[in-house]
Write a protein that binds this ligand. Sequence first.
Ligand code: B4P
Length: 190
Amino acid sequence: MNIVMFGAPGSGKGTQSDLIVDRFRLTHISTGDLLRAEIKAGSEIGKKVEGLIAEGKLVSDDIIVALLRKKVETTKDTAGFIFDGFPRNVAQAEVLDEILKGIGERVTVMLDMEVEEKTLIERLILRGQQSGRADDNMETIKNRLDVYRNVTLPVMDYYKKQGCYRQINNNGTVEQCFAQVEAAIEDASK
Ligand code: B4P
């Protein structure tokens, strides 16, 4: 079982991934978390990506693919992966297929988290106030939404063509969303 969590910034990919881990015992890979860990550690990669993330831009495919590949190839004995925040463009989607093929796997289901834009912005602003995350401010959120529309949205068609696309409505509560997520995963695993 390999799940791609897809959606606009703040659509709940990370929140639902944590619940999926508890219920289905999969390995959670959040590319946003991997990058924030590099920044916190003060690594060369962290120094390269810090400014880009604060501006709401995507980091380069080279950097993100190397981090992801290492994480997948060094994880042993797992029932599968949750890819949270990856792929964010079609080139990354193609690389993910190639990495999974290398370990005899494929994407089982892609969960597209749909949230109204007004709600997305409210949730991200609230998180920014609570956590101090550098990219959760109005100006950066606008940039992140532009990148999502222009660069990330075509990934949806990529998975529709593969027949593994599922839409999830996350305008309600976390629990209402997870009920749909759980049903979609159970359906995909039949
Ligand atoms: P990410 O860390 O992936 O951040 P995100 O898309 O903003 O968040 P997510 O959708 O997970 O929202 P969450 O559950 O937290 O990316 C950050 C940056 O890293 C990117 O801008 C980019 O620069 C870089 N990056 C990452 N991956 C990359 C890649 N593959 N290629 C290039 N660059 C990459 O939810 C948000 C908030 O809403 C939370 O506070 C949560 O509590 C709340 N919430 C969720 N569901 C709710 C609900 N139902 N009701 C009320 N609140 C809810």
